[in-house]
Ligand binder design. Structure first.
Ligand code: IPM
Ligand code: MG
Length: 373
């Protein structure tokens, strides 16, 4: 792998996207030099930046660039204030993010949630519920379920009481869709603490019953992993009460959307959490899409306040999952760990009661991570 240049599409997007992307690309280039691989990075507009540059949230040239690249490093898209200016189908969330997920078959979304001991104060739970720090992985199905099921529409109807509207979203899963995401989750669990909690609503939904049956069947191929099933409502509660019980959490699309935000809250700040969205692996290559878990944070955009760590850790995930560069990925993760241990804090993870903490901006955080590489 190290002999050929890694072709990376960098789509910074809106809000804080450009400034955290800038730091992540600095870290990527520095890591490439240190670890001895080469990168060819091409930047392109997406989201409102795409609408402003080319009239579309996902401009044709940007999509073409993604098709020609080995993986996509993504910032974030969406500026709610501007939503009323375009129809809902053309807004960045649907026209760029969901479109890319579907277009590239990115069915497996991995969201690692870690709370290092040093950031214990940033976690909303009392210290005794945090164990030795938190470490769990949400595996979310990303191209099925209610997000994409048809029919999906809002229609005019007539009720006995008069005219009304009816909105329809369809939750639909096939066994192959459940099987392939289950394999991803079991394989991830094998490399971790070998526990998998599969989330469903089998007491109410047909989808839940099929999900549970299918995951149970796939589990036979992974005898070393302990599988348990949990209803989604209970899982939401257990994440607050006893998050240390979880290792890998497997969810369908919508439940994963919700529970991954809840789990992220435990890590103190969305600004710390990367994510990977992966497609199928073909001839040893996994096309992937890597983005921070947080959003565009328009309120702090352009002020050098944003935490670049989620974007930087997304680079580490990219090197690991798309390019098999485990050492380079670890180098970045360890550098991040070091600056946190050394007390550097952007505003979202800063606490004035911690005497060793020093508040820094986006740029200084990025520079410190590079220095620690
Ligand atoms: C996420 C986001 C997206 C989702 C939105 C922005 C469409 O919340 O990646 O979790 O719902 O999947
Ligand atoms: Mg979400």
């Amino acid at each position: 792998m190290s002999s050929k240049s890694l072709k990376i599409a960098a789509l910074a997007g809106d809000g804080i996207g450009p400034e955290v992307m800038r730091e992540a690309l600095k870290v990527l280039r520095a890591t490439a030099t240190k670890s001895g691989f080469t990168v060819a990075i091409t930047e392109a507009p997406v989201g409102w930046a795409g609408i402003d540059a080319a009239g579309k949230a996902l401009p044709d040239a940007t999509l073409q660039l993604c098709r020609e690249s080995d993986s996509i490093l993504f910032g974030s898209v969406g500026l709610p204030d501007r939503d009323p200016t375009v129809p809902k189908e053309e807004r960045p969330e649907r026209a760029a993010l969901l479109r890319i997920r579907k277009e590239f078959g990115l069915f497996a979304n991995l969201r690692p949630v870690q709370l290092p001991k040093a950031l214990s104060h940033a976690c909303p739970l009392r210290p005794e519920r945090q164990g030795d720090g938190l470490d769990l992985l949400v595996v979310r199905e990303l191209t099925g379920g209610m997000y994409f099921g048809q029919p999906k529409k809002t229609e005019a109807i007539t009720l006995p009481t008069g005219p009304a509207q009816r909105a329809i979203d369809t939750m639909v899963y096939t066994t192959p869709e459940i099987e392939r995401i289950a394999h991803v989750a079991f394989q991830a669990a094998k490399l971790r603490r070998r526990k998998l909690t599969s989330i469903d609503k089998a007491n109410v939904l047909e989808n839940g019953i099929l999900w549970r049956e299918t995951v149970t069947r796939i589990a036979k191929e992974y005898p070393e992993v302990a599988l348990e099933h949990m209803f989604v409502d209970n899982a939401a509660m257990q994440l607050m009460l006893k998050p240390t019980q979880f290792d890998v959490v497997l969810c369908e699309n919508m439940f994963g959307d919700i529970l991954s935000d809840e789990a992220a809250a435990l890590a103190g700040s969305l600004g710390m959490l990367p994510s990977a969205s992966l497609g199928a692996t073909s001839s040893g290559q996994t096309f992937g899409f890597y983005e921070p878990a947080g959003g565009t944070a328009p309120d702090i955009a352009g002020k050098d306040l944003a935490n670049p760590i989620a974007q930087i850790l997304s680079v580490a995930l990219m090197l690991r999952y798309s390019f098999g560069l485990e050492d380079a990925a670890k180098r970045i993760e360890q550098a991040v760990g070091k600056v946190i241990t050394n007390g550097l804090r952007t505003g979202d993870i800063y606490s004035s009661t911690d005497p060793s903490a020093r508040r820094v901006g986006t740029r200084e955080m990025g520079d410190a991570i590079i220095a620690a590489l």
